[in-house]
Design a protein around this ligand. Structure first.
Ligand SMILES: [Zn+2]
Length: 467
């Protein structure tokens, strides 16, 4: 099938799909593109690049395999094609660099005053982190998408003109502060929100952005109503890292025996899984699967990190809720609980319990998650009718979610997630977190372990929150 080849490019066109004339035109376009890249950057790669043109590709996508690009004739003049070509030609893994070079090669128009306007008025410099998700149009507003591209163009041009192409390609220099000054923005660059340890980006048919970091991999795709912006992707990675680090330190300090049994250096893979309405972990393969984006992330990390051997689910779920909602609640969880309680009538059981036990509703940061969860439990225990459920919130029983009907093996699974969390909180206060985790990791009976039956412990917990 090979049609044309010289020392730096091979072009293959599937037999009999295009006339000789069209084949010649395609070859000329591609050779011109190579000449343009060479002329603009004075750079020649060591390896030869092959381009294969098929009548159509899977899902109409362009594919890279080693040193080869597989595409259709429709792709040849697209920005997407140039992006792949540049990535291969310069051996680039970071989206912003490939996009910046496309702009440099095409001499794309750059409006530095528009960029200056944006960065002078923006609340933060998060976009200037040049995170890969900023360059996917479905994850950004039109303005942010344009600014991200133009920033990549302008910053790349600044770096190449100030140094040279080899420095740009191989040096991890960070001259963003100087670049900002050069376009007239005299503000200090704040890098505190940046994700520093990204090792490479990728994508596949299902996930438009895969981010590999030093300790984990993230498989991102949009989830309607839950997970749709590049900012959320960055927030997701930050939260996963922060929570893992926090949890490790917390357990090291408060649960030394349990901590010594954990394998904390595991590399996790986080997947956005639509189509399955559940979040779950696969402890064998270290996969964390999330159907609601950020919501549920920290809960699942607890499951992943803490081993569990018991038949009944409640204490595993209670521990995950307790550690992710009471010990280290993220903003999204705190806001959800806060907003819900604020909406209730002042005579409502949940509202009254929260206020009467000293809870504050002045601000989300003052909000007491431990008390809020006890308030939900207390109110639900007092109001068992289904109309109350519908009016307040539908919190399913653990046994329903897991389809458990073996009552002997599932003591505790009649609880909701709120109740399991409150019950675990009670056990932690009475026995320590180390004891509770150790119990999770055993198959010993309640009587032998705590000296009380499950029923007795449950009664004591209900009496305690009812005080
Ligand atoms: Zn769970």
């Amino acid at each position: 099938m090979m049609l044309a080849e010289n020392e730096y490019i091979g072009i293959g066109i599937k037999n009999n799909i295009y006339s000789k004339k069209v084949q010649k035109e395609i070859t000329e376009i591609l050779v011109d593109k190579f000449e343009l890249m060479k002329k603009q950057t004075l750079y020649r790669p060591d390896k030869k690049i092959y381009i294969y043109i098929l009548d159509k590709t899977v899902q109409n996508q362009i594919f890279l395999v080693d040193s080869s690009i597989y595409c259709s004739i429709d792709h040849i003049n697209s920005e997407d094609f140039l992006y792949y070509l540049v990535s291969l030609y310069f051996d680039i893994k970071e989206p912003w660099k490939a996009i910046g070079l496309c702009g440099y090669i095409n001499e794309s128009l750059i409006d530095n005053s528009k960029l200056a306007d944006y960065y002078l008025n923006a609340d933060n410099f998060d976009l200037l982190g040049l995170f890969g998700g900023r360059f996917l149009h479905e994850w950004n507003t039109k303005e942010e998408f344009e600014i991200a591209f133009m920033t990549a163009y302008s910053y790349t041009k600044y770096l190449i003109n100030d140094n040279d192409i080899l420095d740009f390609l191989y040096d991890d220099m960070d001259n963003r502060q100087e670049w900002l000054t050069s376009i007239g923005v005299n503000k200090e660059l704040d890098e505190s929100n940046e994700i520093m340890d990204i090792t490479c980006y990728a994508k596949d048919n299902e996930y438009p952005l895969i981010v590999h970091t030093n300790d984990s991999s993230y498989y991102f795709k949009p989830i309607e109503n839950y997970f749709t912006t590049a900012e959320q992707m960055e927030e997701f990675i930050r939260l996963a890292k922060d929570f893992r680090e926090y949890l490790q330190n917390y357990l090291r300090k408060n649960a030394a025996i349990s901590f010594s049994k954990l394998n904390v250096d595991v590399s996790y893979r986080y997947y956005m899984r639509t189509g399955l309405s559940l979040c779950y972990v696969d402890r064998k393969s270290n996969e964390i699967n999330l159907a609601f984006g950020i919501y549920g992330l920290t809960h699942e990390i607890v499951h992943e990190m803490i081993p569990y051997k018991r038949d009944e689910r409640w204490i595993d779920e209670g521990l995950a809720e307790y550690l992710s909602c009471v010990v280290y609640p993220n903003n999204e969880k705190r806001k959800w609980y806060y907003d819900t309680i604020c909406q209730f009538d002042k005579n409502d059981d949940i509202y009254k319990f929260y206020i009467e036990h000293g809870g504050s509703l002045n601000s989300i940061s003052d909000f007491n998650m431990e008390l809020a969860i006890d308030a939900y439990c207390y109110a639900k225990l007092r109001n068992q009718s289904s109309s109350w459920e519908q009016e307040h919130f539908n919190s399913p029983l653990i046994s329903d979610l897991y389809h458990i009907d073996n009552k002997n093996k599932s003591r505790g699974d009649e609880l909701t997630y709120f109740q399991a969390s409150s019950f675990v909180n009670y056990l932690v206060k009475k026995y320590t977190i180390d004891t509770v985790i150790d119990f999770c990791n055993s198959t010993i009976s309640y009587e032998d372990y705590f000296g009380y039956s499950y029923i007795q412990l449950k009664q004591d917990w209900i009496a305690e929150i009812g005080k």
